[in-house]
Design a protein around this ligand. Sequence first.
Ligand SMILES: NC(=O)c1ccc[n+]([C@@H]2O[C@H](COP(=O)([O-])OP(=O)(O)OC[C@H]3O[C@@H](n4cnc5c(N)ncnc54)[C@H](O)[C@@H]3O)[C@@H](O)[C@H]2O)c1
Length: 370
Amino acid sequence: MIIGVPKEVKDHETRVGLVPAGVKALIDAGHKVLAETNAGLGSSLTDDEYRHAGAEIVPSAADVWAKSDLVIKVKEPQPSEYAFLRPGLTLFTYLHLAPLPELTDRLLEARVNAVAYETIREADNTLPLLTPMSEVAGRMAVQVGAQYLEAPNGGRGVLLGGVPGVSPANVTILGGGVVGHNAAKMAVGLGAHVTIIDRNLNRLRELDDIYSSQIVTLASNTYTILGSLKTADLVIGAVLIPGAAAPKLVRRDMISKMKKGAVMVDVAIDQGGCFETSHATTHTNPIYFVDGVLHYCVSNMPAAVPRTSTFALNNATLPYLMDLANHGLKAACEASPALREGVNTYNGHVVYAAVAESQGKQWTSLSAVM
Ligand SMILES: NC(=O)c1ccc[n+]([C@@H]2O[C@H](COP(=O)([O-])OP(=O)(O)OC[C@H]3O[C@@H](n4cnc5c(N)ncnc54)[C@H](O)[C@@H]3O)[C@@H](O)[C@H]2O)c1
């Protein structure tokens, strides 16, 4: 199979879909890899390293897309890449289609077989390709929040850990999954008062066992969320219903009851965001204010730490990529229910139920069309 690695084009997106170690594994298995020139430069990976691993360096993105059977990326295709979509192409990347009807339409029109990292689900219900970036984003959310709480950056001038004689900051985390847990780890480490709110009581039990009296856990409902928001200095949105639009847990009127200069980091923005006031921002223009409350809603947070993120992502994607390359999409999906769960669009059909539901589109079962 010919595997293509384009350079990412999203704002400040400096991760890359495949590192030289992955190139070598594919070449050893008898495949061919085309890497766009400078595809890995943002992650400090040079063309020479790709060449050395066995890739052919290709001068333009158009060539990579046109000549590959499978394109491996990091972020969803951007409008400048829509022209490269074509029938029969297998696309393996983060897609987060629920809030992106235009991209979904393009994938359907072009009859691209799109496999989304974020919906691949193993038998134990884990999302193995979402996990590494959620670990990065969760840890980053606290770093970013601490930075924006500083007065020169627009925040209310609070140090997360406080100092002897002065209270630490209150950090509220909505959703205690991978992002939430990693955010909690950092916030607890910095000495903040941490509250985690989740609707899954078993998850709260696990977190309570891990952190004991270092955190407060609360069941998710409007009452507990509002109570926690009123005292929060930093709020981290980290809920997920896989494949679906994020539930709006913080309504517009709740924001006005928060402290001025408090900071909200909506990590769930890639699924539409869990604050009603959220809209996606970029690393170039990451923040805006609503009622004096600072919002940070960057949909590709891990791109700020590409060297860490690229390797963490590749560690997780490579086994699935090898299956796709060695067996082709159809046979790989037949052998792996986890990979099958990743297919979002196939030959002009939406085959992932939550995406179809979020966009009011027709859902078709993958087995009916594959
Ligand atoms: N912005 C970024 O750069 C970035 C990077 C990585 C991940 N993410 C996103 O972060 C979000 C969280 O990812 P994750 O890996 O932690 O997911 P996860 O499945 O591990 O955790 C989600 C948690 O949300 C909880 N939840 C669901 N509905 C809830 C509700 N109504 N109230 C309270 N809790 C609720 C679930 O019980 C679960 O514990 C996803 O949307 C993911 O795509 C964004």
